[in-house]
Write a protein of this length. Sequence first.
Lengths: 366, 366
Amino acid sequence: MNRVAVLGAGNGGLSIGAFLSLSGCSVQLFDKFPAAIEQIREAGGVTLKGVSRTGFAKFDMITTNVVEAIEGCRMILVVTPAFAHRELAETMAPYLDRGQKIVLNPGRTAGAIEFHMRAKAINPKADFVVAEAQSLIYACRKTGPAEVTIFKVKNEMALAALPATRTEEVLQELKPFYPQFIAAENVLETSLLNIGAIFHPTPALLNIARIENKELFEYYMDGITPCVSNVLERIDAERVAVAKAFGVKTMTCIEWLEDVYGSPHTDSDSIYEAVQKQDGYRGIEAPQNPFARYISEDVPMSLVPLAEFGRITGVPTPTMNLMIDLANLIHQKDYRAEGRTLARLGLEGVFLDDLKKFVATGTPLP
Amino acid sequence: MNRVAVLGAGNGGLSIGAFLSLSGCSVQLFDKFPAAIEQIREAGGVTLKGVSRTGFAKFDMITTNVVEAIEGCRMILVVTPAFAHRELAETMAPYLDRGQKIVLNPGRTAGAIEFHMRAKAINPKADFVVAEAQSLIYACRKTGPAEVTIFKVKNEMALAALPATRTEEVLQELKPFYPQFIAAENVLETSLLNIGAIFHPTPALLNIARIENKELFEYYMDGITPCVSNVLERIDAERVAVAKAFGVKTMTCIEWLEDVYGSPHTDSDSIYEAVQKQDGYRGIEAPQNPFARYISEDVPMSLVPLAEFGRITGVPTPTMNLMIDLANLIHQKDYRAEGRTLARLGLEGVFLDDLKKFVATGTPLP
């Protein structure tokens, strides 16, 4: 992947772009919003700090035109909020004609499916493969107008292509730069291990007043109390039940915390306890905007498709449904209408077995 | 009402008992919990401070035995949490044989109905009348081991007896001491104007983490933000729709705030705005216990019966239902099972018109 497109100039996109540039790639950076790239364009790139490579990372193109950005790139790394995936797929579809590999970092839930379905709807002959990472590989932040800092690189990151028979190709392409990516069984596994669906909307909604008051508090440490944890555990149990019904392996949220961050004790009885043991969560401040992406992205792009996957599998998801309804009430929105429903994904009426074949081998849906 | 029983030795019961004692009544005070009355018994009464009568108020009886407390009393003032009404009705039923007048201060929603039904179920020949006040007449607090302070006396307080044909009798008995009580049309009016159902459970649930963390914050001023207000307005609209379906007059929450507390401007577009204008709410601290009565009393005793009244009237109450479900998740309880459902009130399957006749004139339910 010598010439690579990085779509999204937020914390994640800038970190990935800078790392690849410092690793010898020619990076073409895109962001939809001129304000997001203005100062980076002036600098010609960004300074990368932190625990990975460091130094000034030049970008060979910095543009608000996605078609320009992907020109000549075999690899396209998407590092935008999930609600942008649909539009990107539609805009890029006519230009996806040479087997481009597209990786969503991350897909949230059903990102690869939505991208694939939209691009194919616009351009049925499109030739590409889309994959989704289970999460963002970095803990990172923009630390200056043209500066970004990587605080932590995750040791392992599950990734799956759609169909899963093509996962290995995508991994091989990423390997020289990102050996951390490992194969998940399929995109249902990555989509169902979306732990953001547990940790983002519910604590934000149950702390909405202090978030709206711009109170400074630690999101995980102070925001997830035993009472909040009671709700998180129910949502997590629903997610795990859906994964089981799909026959993909998953972890409980508590197991995931132990796995990803390591845990001094593995005997946590509750998500509350497990979170309190994760020093990695210490110091993470809550958002100061009640419309933050913890709700406005993770309700439509994580909870809605998880609950919809519940419908396909016949697994009830009353707690997820309740939190979606609560977000709708609090934000006066209809996050189902703008979220990843089965209808929007092109999966309404699809049977469990047909969906499993589709994500495994690409067998067209009936 | 020379000899009067006051049931409940909390803020409200002590204030009412002390005021009546200082007004020349012989007061018999009851509380179920020995700890609640121990120091009052040692003192022989309480010192009343504040804006009403002041001085040492002697109680002629201080007991944990409710049967003792009501002996020889024509008037029984109940000033307990609403979840105690049922048990009090059951315990007192055999002794309600001389037309005693019982006033619930307040009834929350359906308090008089529940008291009436339970007492009659235990003792079909019981002779009494039960009334409910729409709220507590005082803003008051226990300010010492045997001291209570009244900060504010409400100018007007709606009250209705069950049946409404007997409201006037109860008002006449109260009048020498409490001329503030005025007749509501019936107990549906007082029950449906339960503004605690709006202001108590929802803000507490949407601030549950900081309440559990014992953070000091102003419950109304900081706890009700525009986002929280969005939910309150939906619940209030459901309550008003139920009242309309019953044909009883009511007020919106915003009108109520203007009516009860007076308002510098009457043009509030939201409950948030209306609350911010109420100086009376300034300084009221949030509870520091996530299981506080704002949830544990007001969900089963206010929201549950309001939603159940919705069922009788055919008015949907999805937002109330959602908050009940959320409280159940957060507290790991089943507040419907322990709440004032139609079944528990003896009203399952009752028709709207029959209930209206019952509360108006006492016409037995079919």
